[in-house]
Design a protein around this ligand. Structure first.
Ligand code: SF4
Length: 377
């Protein structure tokens, strides 16, 4: 029995596959992925964007391969980046084979759309020869005509049936290294389809609400859809789809996982909305602080609260706490306990200093513990 059972999430048991050196499914951490929106043929721009996503914490990045020039470029991009790359293929089985040869870690392709069974065999062989996994990507907007006729409209049952049809093709080819997505732009449809798929198979699931919209509404829809699924233990890798910079997709993906305690990365700032009682400008402080702390990857919690109404209580649960006090005299908490006061000093500079020092301390402790464990083995 855990100390706080209301926070427990029981993850669906799935098989584990590899996307390059990143594990997806089973007990592997839930990964965050995104997709480049540069021209794949522009190698320099695509490499730069992948690196930006890596810096934001992306575990996996997908790149479109619409033509032969793109798969050629893929071969130049992959050696220059660290994260495993998923090649996004639609219909053209030759692009899939070229992408596997170019070093893609995973192919996003629907075997039912490739054409003849001979072509499917060739793609599966290329994947096996080059150690690629695959992702079956069912989308409510592009369901097979027969399924639409049978079910009348894109519905969860049609989406699950489509996924099972694609799954069967790969299984018939003795291929099991794949994950599946079942996306829709409608939150209800996406969630219901994933729930159905989670019951129907044990393959790892790539979850997402597709074409979710711009930064704000897309973040909200994704948080509701992915949040509901993750909370129910469904989902092994997430992609947030936004009409925005893909780096934002990575950040939102991480924030969703962080909010559910499923991944920890960087500083989790807890701050109040501020009101007439605030003893310093909370909104401006948090805005600047978040930017200044963006480089920290060590998991840590910092509370920034405008006054004593909620400040001490929130600080109790954080690594570093800050509460506004009267006469420009604020209280700083370390590990939940009052530590010192801050008077007439720059709040952001002071908090950044404290967080950086704490991050260095945590990292040093983690390294020392790893060394002790290695020595004990
Ligand atoms: S903590 Fe204080 S300043 Fe912040 S919203 Fe609550 S009452 Fe207002």
């Amino acid at each position: 029995m855990s100390v706080r059972p209301y926070r427990d999430i029981y993850r669906r048991k799935s098989r584990q596959i590899s996307v390059g050196d990143v594990k997806v499914g089973g007990d592997a951490p839930i990964t965050v992925q995104s997709m480049t929106n540069t021209l794949t043929t522009d190698v320099a721009a695509t490499v730069a964007q992948v690196r930006e996503m890596e810096a934001a914490g992306a575990d996996i990045v997908r790149i479109s391969c619409p033509d032969e020039e793109s798969t050629e470029a893929l071969g130049k991009i992959i050696p220059q980046v660290s994260v495993p790359i998923v090649a996004d293929i639609h219909f053209h089985y030759k692009r899939a084979i070229e992408a596997a040869e170019a070093g893609a870690a995973c192919l996003r392709i629907n075997p039912g759309n490739i054409g003849s069974s001979e072509r499917v065999r060739e793609v599966v062989k290329a994947a096996k020869d080059h150690g690629c996994s695959m992702r079956i990507g069912v989308n409510a907007g592009s369901l097979e005509r027969e399924l639409l006729e049978k079910h009348g409209e894109p519905c969860p049952e049609a989406m699950v049936e489509s996924a099972l049809n694609h799954i069967r093709i790969l299984e018939d080819n003795d291929f099991f290294e794949f994950k599946i997505s079942c996306k829709a732009s409608d939150v209800f449809l996406a969630v219901a389809a994933y729930q159905g798929l989670a019951d129907a198979c044990d393959y790892p699931l790539h979850i997402g609400v597709t074409e979710a919209g711009g930064l704000r509404i897309g973040t909200i829809k994704s948080s509701i859809g992915l949040g509901a699924l993750l909370w129910a233990g469904i989902g092994d890798t997430v992609r947030v789809s936004l009409s925005a910079d893909p780096v934002e997709e990575v950040k939102v993906g991480f924030d969703i996982l962080k909010s559910l305690n499923l991944r920890h990365r960087g500083v989790n700032v807890i701050s109040c909305p501020s009101c007439a009682r605030q003893q310093f400008d909370v909104i401006k402080t948090v805005e600047v602080l978040e930017k200044r702390l963006a480089h920290i990857t060590t998991p840590m919690t910092v509370s920034v609260i405008g006054c004593v109404v909620n400040g001490p209580g929130e600080a109790r649960e954080t690594d570093i706490g800050f509460t506004g006090g009267g006469n420009d005299t604020h209280q700083v908490y370390i590990a939940g306990l009052p530590d010192h006061r801050l008077k007439n000093q720059d709040i952001v500079d002071h908090l950044v200093e404290l967080v950086e020092a704490k991050a260095a301390q945590i990292e040093a402790e983690t390294t020392a513990e790893a060394e002790r464990n290695a020595a004990a083995e």
